[in-house]
Design a protein around this ligand. Structure first.
Ligand code: ADP
Ligand code: MG
Length: 684
């Protein structure tokens, strides 16, 4: 019997139960040990019957003063009634189909009970409370009781029983995974004590200490894993690029770079000269000028005799990149070429041939760049834009087309530093936290339905002035449940076109349309063949329509702050004053505060911090897949302090030459190795 024994070894777990458990991800005894309670019920405190509050479960001590009496109501329904009392009051208890109660509750005896009182027209009472005799209390009463996340067919009681069996069988075997010095330095409970207490806490301070230790363990292992990943990537050797002079690149620019751009370019140039493959994330708000930095890197690639490839998530974006890169680099003799799926066959052949023989030095493309028949003569730099749309796999597929090419990943989602460390822990980070000068802010307003007519008039005014408008809705189709009055893009587009703006050209864009259709609509909007574009969040990713000056967001409370900020970044890209209108009829003070934060500032990083504090990282990116790691006990919102502590400790421990002699070392190494293997922790 060891940690990896299957759950079927436990009494009461047969094939059916095992199957139910496996839907919870529980296969082994170890899985049971690491199946953490969702919450706890405090059954330690005793209240008097007269102090019981309706619907608030509580523990009390009382004597049976009448009954128990069982009545057979009809087939399948037996009622057992008991009256109990303490010095403050009496209380009627009713048990449904639990006739054994009649034998286990004895007249004149005292018990501990746990349950909630409910009041109805028949009076005050309690149904199906749990109880224990005074001398055998401590399982269902007078204790902090763990509550587990469940699946159909399993009860918390079953899980409690099996977990306690598993603890008896293998807790003594549970090895320590944290180094002794770390335990001491950070005042952490040892593994066995922590796992015992998380499932069966003797008191709340011990529970807190147990939780802290387990959260710490998760963060510690994760950080160690990231550090290793990073070390192994950095070890990939390259020939150092000796030419790192950007003078002529900078001289050819139509403007001078911001301080932040300057810093990022210097960081990149330094990476490129190290003789190790660069792995850098360039993070910057929409409009912070990431393209310029990417162009600088591409310029250096070419100056050092290498090719560069820039990968964009859509064909329109690829084309947009080609244009802006061409503006920056063509004067220096570097002409970017586009490679996308929809290119005519002959053109595709030409570009592929150019990449293969090295005559094309800079390629901008979509996934088409990844296809097998695309070969590069000497790919030295890979740059991926809008990071979250590409998985690690795709990044490395493109990297594999060169010999350890440098990697630059660009993301427009501002992420608080602590989180960035978590998500991109295997990358170095450069941050563009400064916008180019003269950039106007987008004036943002929070309004309710009473403003509808005025906003419609405003839309009309902007359209009449030859400008364009985005209208963003949270859903595609009308919601089925009546409770939700969310505006659907489909229905709303039709309403606007038919009844509000019959004379304007209204388009509809949502994620369920085919990629080619989406691109066509976006292209139509960019070419001003549409005045109003009704869309879901699919427009979030960076298409530039400088003529769009107004964004109206319906049911704005449905979006995350960062997401709203991203959306808002679609306007204010030209020289005209731009506006963002947030519609929300949600009166919840917290929601209002959240949305007002957006009206107050245009600083993506500040908004991101605020969003994280208010909603937590789960909602951080809206519903989009973001590749945040899944932790069993740790919360990325609540446990930030532990995260920082664990990150610092992991760095110290990994640098400590004595680590290999710590008894924890073999297990630590094994756990780190498996961390990134089975997809349990996704890195994007
Ligand atoms: P991002 O990709 O970070 O959203 P872009 O690279 O598309 O931003 O740049 C946004 C706009 O700002 C572009 O029109 C670009 O030409 C302009 N720009 C970039 N850097 C500067 C700068 N230092 N000074 C003035 N304008 C700049
Ligand atoms: Mg961009």
């Amino acid at each position: 019997m060891d940690l990896f024994t299957a759950v079927t070894a436990l009494a009461g777990v047969g094939p059916t139960r095992a199957k139910q458990l496996s839907t919870l991800g529980i296969e082994t005894l170890y899985d049971l040990l690491t199946y953490f309670p969702r919450t706890y019920e405090d059954r330690t405190k005793l209240v008097r019957i007269c102090d019981l509050e309706a619907d608030q479960p509580a523990c009390f001590r009382a004597m049976v003063i009448r009954g128990p009496k069982t009545a057979h109501i009809r087939k399948g329904l037996d009622l057992t009634k008991v009256t109990v009392a303490d010095e403050s009051a009496q209380l009627n208890l009713t048990f449904f189909n639990q006739s054994y109660v009649a034998d286990s509750l004895l007249y004149g005896q005292e018990y501990y009970f746990y349950g909630a009182v409910r009041g109805d027209y028949t009076g005050y009472g309690m149904q199906n409370p749990v109880f224990e005799p005074l001398e055998r209390a401590g399982t269902a009463t007078r204790r902090i009781v763990p509550v587990y996340p469940l699946t159909a067919g399993l009860s918390s009681g079953m899980l409690r029983k099996w977990i306690s069996q598993a603890m008896q069988l293998c807790l003594p075997e549970l090895p320590e995974v944290l180094p002794q010095v770390v335990l001491t330095r950070c005042c952490l409970l040892p593994a066995r004590a922590a796992y015992a207490a998380i499932h069966n806490p003797p008191d709340f301070p011990t529970l807190e200490a147990a939780r802290r230790r387990i959260v710490f363990e998760e963060f510690f292992l994760f950080t160690c894993g990231l550090m290793q990943l990073r070390a192994s990537r950095q070890a990939a050797e390259t020939i150092p690029w000796t030419n790192r002079d950007l003078t002529s690149f900078l001289a050819a620019l139509p403007f001078s770079p911001t301080g932040a751009q300057q810093r990022a370019m210097e960081e990149i140039a330094a990476d490129l000269g190290r003789g190790r493959a660069m792995n850098r994330l360039l993070q910057g708000d929409v409009g912070s000028g990431k393209t310029l930095v990417a162009a600088a890197a591409a310029y250096l690639a070419v100056r050092n005799g290498c090719q560069a490839a820039i990968m964009a998530p859509t064909e329109i974006l690829a084309e947009q990149h080609r244009k802006s890169l061409s503006a920056l680099l063509a004067p220096l003799g570097i002409v970017p070429e586009v490679l996308t799926g929809s290119l005519p066959a002959a053109e595709k052949r030409r570009v592929k041939a150019g990449l293969a023989d090295g005559s094309i030095s800079l390629a901008v493309g979509t996934h088409a760049l990844l296809s097998e028949d695309v070969a590069f003569a000497n790919l030295g730099l890979v740059c991926a834009d809008e990071q979250h749309r590409f998985g690690v796999g795709q990044r490395s597929a493109l990297q594999a087309k060169g010999r350890n090419p440098h990697l630059l990943v660009m993301s427009a989602t501002p992420i608080p530093r602590t989180l960035a460390l978590m998500i991109y822990g295997d990358l170095d980070v450069s941050i563009l936290d400064e916008l180019p000068p003269g950039r106007q802010t987008v004036d943002t307003f929070l309004v309710g339905e009473s403003m509808r007519a005025r906003i419609n008039a405003f839309i009309r005014k902007e359209a009449a002035a030859g400008r364009q408008i985005y209208v963003v809705c949270p859903a595609v189709e009308e919601q089925e449940d009546a409770a939700s009055s969310m505006k659907s893009a489909e229905v709303w587009a039709e309403t606007l076109q038919r009844t509000v703006f019959p004379d304007l050209r209204v388009g509809l864009l949502h994620g369920r349309r085919k990629a080619a259709e989406k691109e066509q609509i976006m292209a139509d909007f960019a070419a001003h063949k549409l005045d109003i574009l009704v869309a879901t969040t699919v427009i979030e990713v960076g298409v530039d329509v400088p003529n769009a000056t107004l964004m109206v967001i319906e049911d704005a409370d449905r979006f995350g702050l960062s997401q709203l900020h991203q959306l808002r970044g679609r306007v204010g890209r030209g020289s005209e004053k731009s506006y963002c209108v947030l519609f929300s009829s949600n009166k919840n003070p917290e929601t209002v505060q959240r949305l007002k934060a957006l009206c107050r500032t245009n600083d993506g990083f500040r908004i991101a911090e605020e969003d994280l504090n208010l909603r937590g990282p789960g909602d951080f990116f809206g519903s989009r897949q973001h590749g945040l790691p899944q932790f069993k006990a740790a919360s990325l919102t609540m446990d930030m302090a532990v995260l920082k502590e664990a990150q610092a400790s992991a760095a110290q421990a990994m640098a400590d030459p004595d680590l290999v002699r710590d008894p924890c070392f073999p297990l630590l190494r094994r756990r780190i190795r498996t961390l990134f293997r089975d997809g349990a922790v996704g890195l994007n």
